[in-house]
Write a protein that binds this ligand. Structure first.
Ligand code: ATP
Length: 389
């Protein structure tokens, strides 16, 4: 049974992440560093799949979004214009650029958004986009949080996926609602069970924002922000002295901005929390991650039934390499007995396990085990790809 009230849930997730190679405490061999985390092989894949889905849905899947990848350190004037140097106060990481007398103070970006505003004119000059259009970026951001806590929820180095969507002022409500829907769709598609929408009241919004929705998630430590959606008016472009010439009306003005912003690491945490399940299978208690197929770090694992039968291992290796050329995130596993392999694959959220046994050598069929039900089916090798994608 899945019990979100389990008081040990966070501890269980943190421990599973470490044991199975998703996420490790940073520089642990030296006692760690609060607010920093390292991703191991499975965490990298999981995070990659979450970002890839963002990219497919919001960037390459559309023709009105221009991706950029801007540097972490920028001219400090950017942060003065954006209000961050005064506003974020001691949460912004200071660094110095250059050495000796030449050294100038700058900052590690506390958000990826400003890199997009700073390139607004470049994109217009190179691509002449018509309104509405957007810029998108995925990248690291840094905040010297006073009390980093709750695993990936509040760290000092994290990743963001942000979109700045530029519209005519009169259209802002329409596009705000459109992005609100898209964000909910995205949550569902990556397997986040339920997001709550909090209409942020005027007094709690940034002063330039005329509407903000916080997408919240029920973490074990309470209902807290996962992502945000803000109508930022023309505040940012005006601050940077930027505008746009509209062919349609023959006017020059600063477009208004709708900003959907997603924390990658909070998404990883919400996906893990949504997926974590304890149940009983064949009379035995088990733990598994019910990850969406497109998000699971490993799509399927391929096993020989017995590791000491060369003919089975050879056949399994062949099948594995052949299938892997079509579906990259496959794993070959011949460690321990089959029960142990199933347990490990369940715990890392692998949707399918494919076993090669003696019948395979006779009739080119394999067993495919479904993670959630534990059911096994015999399937022809020729139909395998279709069964797991
Ligand atoms: P909070 O109120 O929780 O500090 P925020 O409102 O300051 O968050 P934003 O400035 O809107 O956050 O940042 C956009 C997104 O970046 C957030 O929705 C969240 O997903 C992520 N984020 C912000 N701060 C952190 C952090 N310290 N660690 C991990 N992710 C973060």
């Amino acid at each position: 049974m899945k019990d979100k009230k389990d008081p040990d849930l966070m501890e269980k997730i943190v421990s599973l992440c470490k044991r199975r190679g998703f996420i490790y405490p940073n520089s642990e061999i030296y006692g760690g560093l609060a607010g920093f985390w390292d991703y191991g092989p499975l965490g990298v894949e999981l995070r990659h799949n979450i970002k890839q889905h963002f990219w497919d849905k919001f960037v390459s899947g559309r023709d009105d979004i221009y991706p950029v990848s801007t540097s972490i350190i920028m001219n400090p004037k950017v942060w003065e214009a954006s209000g961050h140097v005064s506003g974020f106060g001691n949460e912004i990481f200071k660094t110095s650029v250059g050495s000796g007398e030449e050294a100038a103070t700058s900052y590690l970006r506390p958000e990826t958004a400003q890199g997009m505003f700073a390139n607004f004119k470049n994109i217009i000059d190179s691509f002449h986009p018509r309104l509405p259009f957007g810029l998108a970026q995925i990248g690291k951001a840094f905040r010297n949080e006073i009390s980093p806590r709750d695993f990936l929820f509040r760290s000092r180095e994290f990743e963001q996926m942000e979109i700045e969507y530029f519209v005519r002022e009169k259209d802002w409500e329409k596009y705000f609602s459109e992005w609100q829907e898209k964000m909910k769709e995205y949550a569902k598609e990556i397997g986040i069970n339920k997001v709550h929408e909090l209409e942020v009241p005027e007094g709690d919004r940034a002063h330039y924002s005329r509407r903000t929705i916080d997408f919240e998630f029920d973490y074990p430590f309470g209902r807290k922000e996962l992502w945000g959606l803000a109508y930022r008016t023309d505040f940012d472009l005006k601050n940077h002295g930027l505008d746009y010439f509209d062919d349609e009306s023959g006017e020059r003005f600063a477009p208004h901005v709708i900003e959907p912003t997603f924390g990658v690491d909070r998404s990883v945490l919400a996906v893990l929390l949504s997926a974590y399940t304890e149940d009983e299978l064949g009379g035995e208690p088990r733990t598994y991650l019910k990850l969406a197929k497109n998000i699971a770090p490993i799509r399927a694992a391929v096993f020989p039934l017995l590791k000491n039968k060369p003919e089975l291992v050879k056949k399994a290796r062949e099948l594995f390499l052949n299938l892997k050329s079509q579906i990259p995130n496959l794993e070959f596993d011949d460690n321990g007995n089959i029960g142990k392999r199933y347990r490990r694959q369940d715990e890392i959220g692998t949707p399918f396990c494919i076993t090669i046994d003696f019948d395979t050598l006779e009739d080119d069929t394999v067993t495919v085990r479904d993670r959630d039900s534990g059911e096994q089916k015999r399937i022809k090798i020729a139909d395998l790809k279709e069964a797991i994608v």
